[in-house]
Design a protein around this ligand. Structure first.
Ligand SMILES: N[C@@H](CCC(=O)N[C@@H](CS)C(=O)NCC(=O)O)C(=O)O
Length: 313
């Protein structure tokens, strides 16, 4: 069965997905759970009659469950977890509110016209709390697996990054390495994305690894650990391939992808935090680089267009 979901259309472009973080959260949940859905783009400045009839409050997202339209992303995500328990995205209650003050702090800082009103510092403190949490429990908020709280926070952090860079020329402080790693977009190897055939993809992946190794060695930033990780992945992958063990091969390909991610992190982070990056890189399907995120995010210009009236109000 295909679920219907109504989400925000882009400001000034009613045929394109818009910038609502609550809509993106609901879409991300559908994508991560691989639930088939059909989306209706709602132009919030000209709401269609049918939408106002099913949801008089006029807010997106709304999802149709058993002929009844349900509003509010918290409620929607709860129902999705109940109806589609696999894969589980349930967040343990003790982690459910991690990062929840970041979005309101960001909005306050974004709208602030007084640089000395403490709103920047308040936001930095919230981000620092997230950084400490990720350092202690990461790579994701609830540990090694992505869960609902990450899917709620991801679109908000994305808004923060795009809007503050544009309107205030502001970026997340460098010292918050765990937050930066958490959101760092990392393109998976092209070969795995386009995936012409598994064999071709494997061969070009090896080429990419060799290029990376040369680059890293050339730059004196390699560690025995990441090289050993890659070697292990490569040999296990060829073992899995030669015995035609498909599932194992898939797991090894993912590990290899992670090993490449580790190298990228090392290249980009340099010696600072290299160890953290190695540890994080091995476990992480990074937040902003997930396919689900790529598919559901709004283009940057629509995020900016969406915030423009509020910032200039
Ligand atoms: N608490 C709601 C908030 C939803 C919300 O505020 N959506 C905004 C768009 S991001 C909206 O529909 N606003 C109505 C309007 O602009 O007319 C949720 O989590 O779903």
């Amino acid at each position: 069965m295909v679920l219907e979901i109504a989400v925000k259309a882009a400001v000034g472009a009613p045929d394109i997905l818009g910038d609502c973080p609550f809509s993106q959260r609901a879409l991300l949940t559908l994508e991560e759970k691989k639930i088939p859905y059909k989306s209706h783009l709602i132009n919030l400045s000209d709401k269609p009659q049918w939408f106002l009839e099913v949801n008089p409050e006029g807010k997106v997202p709304v999802v149709k469950f058993d002929d009844k339209w349900v509003a509010d992303s918290d409620v929607i995500v709860g129902i999705l977890e109940e109806k589609y328990p696999e894969p589980s995205l349930a967040t343990p209650p003790e982690f459910a509110s991690v990062g929840s003050k970041i979005f309101p702090s960001f909005v306050k800082f974004l709208k602030s016209k007084d640089p000395n009103d403490g709103s920047e510092q308040a936001l930095i403190e919230e981000l620092k709390a997230l950084d400490d949490h990720l350092k202690a429990h990461g790579p994701f908020i609830a540990g090694e697996k992505i869960s609902a709280v990450d899917l709620s926070l991801a679109p908000k952090l994305y808004h923060l990054e795009v809007a503050l860079a544009h309107f205030k020329n502001w970026t997340i402080p460098d010292k918050l390495t765990h937050v930066l790693n958490y959101i760092k977009p990392q393109a998976p190897p092209e070969t795995l994305r386009s995936d012409p055939s598994e064999f071709d993809s494997f061969i070009s992946l090896l080429g990419q690894i060799i290029r990376n190794i040369l680059f890293v060695i050339g730059d004196w930033k390699c560690t025995a650990r990441s090289l050993a990780g890659m070697w292990l992945s490569c040999t296990s992958l060829s073992f899995a391939r030669s015995y035609n063990v498909d599932r194992l091969g898939g797991i090894m390909l993912r590990q290899l992808k992670r090993a490449l991610g580790v190298l990228d992190l090392q290249i980009n982070c340099g010696s600072r935090g290299a160890y953290d990056s190695v540890v994080l890189g091995f476990f992480m399907e990074l937040l902003f680089s997930r396919e689900s995120f790529e598919k559901t995010k709004a283009a940057k210009e629509y995020i900016i267009a969406g915030w423009e009236p509020k910032v200039n109000a």
